[in-house]
Ligand binder design. Sequence first.
Ligand code: NAG
Ligand code: NAG
Ligand code: NAG
Ligand code: NAG
Ligand code: NAG
Ligand code: NAG
Ligand code: NAG
Ligand code: NAG
Length: 469
Amino acid sequence: MGFMRWDFVVLVLVLLILSVAAEFCYGGRTSSFVRTANLSLDMPVDSDVFLVPPGYNAPQQVHITQGDHVGKGVLVSWVTPDEPGSNTVIYWAENNTTLKKQADGIVLTYNYFNYTSGYIHHCTIKGLEFDTKYYYEVGIGNTTRQFWFVTPPEVGPDVPYTFGLIGDLGQTYDSNRTLTHYELNPAKGKTMLFVGDLSYADDYPFHDNTRWDTWGRFTERNAAYQPWIWTAGNHELDFDPDIGESIPFKPYENRYHVPYEASYSTSPFWYSIKRASAYIIVMSSYSAYGKYTPQYKWLLNEFPKVNRTETPWLIVLMHSPLYNSYVNHYMEGETMRVMYESWFVEYKVDVVFAGHVHAYERSERVSNVAYNIVNGLCTPINDYSAPVYITIGDGGNFEGLATEMTEPQPSYSAYREASFGHGILDIKNRTHAYFSWHRNQDGFAVEADSVWLLNRYWNSLEESSVAAL
Ligand SMILES: *[C@@H]1O[C@H](CO)[C@@H](O)[C@H](O)[C@H]1NC(C)=O
Ligand SMILES: *[C@@H]1O[C@H](CO)[C@@H](O)[C@H](O)[C@H]1NC(C)=O
Ligand SMILES: *[C@@H]1O[C@H](CO)[C@@H](O)[C@H](O)[C@H]1NC(C)=O
Ligand SMILES: *[C@@H]1O[C@H](CO)[C@@H](O)[C@H](O)[C@H]1NC(C)=O
Ligand SMILES: *[C@@H]1O[C@H](CO)[C@@H](O)[C@H](O)[C@H]1NC(C)=O
Ligand SMILES: *[C@@H]1O[C@H](CO)[C@@H](O)[C@H](O)[C@H]1NC(C)=O
Ligand SMILES: *[C@@H]1O[C@H](CO)[C@@H](O)[C@H](O)[C@H]1NC(C)=O
Ligand SMILES: *[C@@H]1O[C@H](CO)[C@@H](O)[C@H](O)[C@H]1NC(C)=O
């Protein structure tokens, strides 16, 4: 009898613990951090960040991105306002100033409604040494401006590398805070993974394209010195047949060139690069991606190509998130999830970064790929082959924050908070990477959320969140 009673007590205790645990596991954390609800204002056009560099035909809006598939190339872009000027980039390695080389590029212009662009130059420098600092000059012949960049280390499995993450940046005072925090973060991001929505010029009357120019001048202070890896967002569409503009992505496509041909893509909106120990696949939420489309066919060939012995870290960038528990843009990524989530699981993608929602959210490793219309299996489940989904559309644009969340917090959502900020992905070696998210209200180095990511190919163990403040 005595034993029976003890059994009963134990059973009750176990049930209690289980129910508490179940409650605990129901959702992740919704941060209690409250920021002011003020919309952020765009910085006025005469702000310091938008200053036109002095001098006749001085190059402005200088930005670089990776120029080939492995990181030995750099694509340099800039705008000259008065005349086409020179298409040449002069460059030299820091340790050998006597050996100056040059590369020649192209120049183009475009019209949008009643706006005519400046002379937009694109020049790819190839055959650089890995892991080397180079200086470069543009504006040869008239006002010459000098910048520098550091090439990545050679592609390989245990090469540490640090990426920054920003999305939906815009050009408000908050955008400037986000960029400043990224620049001052002691983690020192070396390459920016930008998840779409750049200037928000389309929010202005007639898509005022001078706001593309101000954005280019604002971001030059970072994007001229480290590559920004571009993803197209909905604010890049600039699709407005009412004013005669029916070619999607016209300003973006002319201004932000990417090395898509190096990955045998047929479009600048989806492509891949290798950088250090990472293989980065950029997808387009706003180009056709159904079965048989060009993007689908490219991705079909692309995922099997990734050699995780060479590049252990498989990262996907897109604009519209597949897992999002905010009310804003809720389920907008669903059609793409239905199309591609099973591949992310099959090919063990480590992490998928997206923007679009003006807030931060990190998922558990979950998948939802068992559903077949009739079996009713349509709930996300824990899946250690699945990526972590991180939404980082909190760059600070003037549409403001997405504060309204679906309730209760779904179990797949590990952490969510509506604050502006940036992310750092610090790859340590083939098994370990550390992701941290830094809200703008804290010091540059403070982590509001962070997680050790264990590589899905080299390590199938579960991770645990750390240092959630
Ligand atoms: C908006 O910002 C102003 C100036 O910083 C401040 O006085 C005001 O309290 C803020 N409003 C809200 C709702 O936070
Ligand atoms: C300059 O750096 C490159 C790349 O690291 C190296 O191959 C070369 O030997 C260096 N040259 C000198 C003069 O140090
Ligand atoms: C710079 O490189 C050139 C060509 O490789 C070489 O001839 C020259 O000696 C180098 N200069 C220095 C200072 O190493
Ligand atoms: C373009 O048209 C708008 C609306 O009529 C006008 O406000 C703007 O000044 C025009 N811009 C140029 C460059 O003509
Ligand atoms: C700009 O450079 C071109 C080519 O070197 C030269 O012919 C022209 O005189 C320069 N213009 C000015 C205003 O310096
Ligand atoms: C933008 O931030 C920089 C610091 O990184 C500062 O020097 C500049 O004054 C800021 N500009 C505006 C308009 O906030
Ligand atoms: C994958 O990469 C490793 C390391 O670079 C190489 O040894 C191996 O041959 C590659 N495998 C394939 C199938 O290309
Ligand atoms: C990989 O990095 C992690 C985190 O820094 C470290 O704990 C681990 O020992 C490293 N693995 C190897 C093989 O160096």
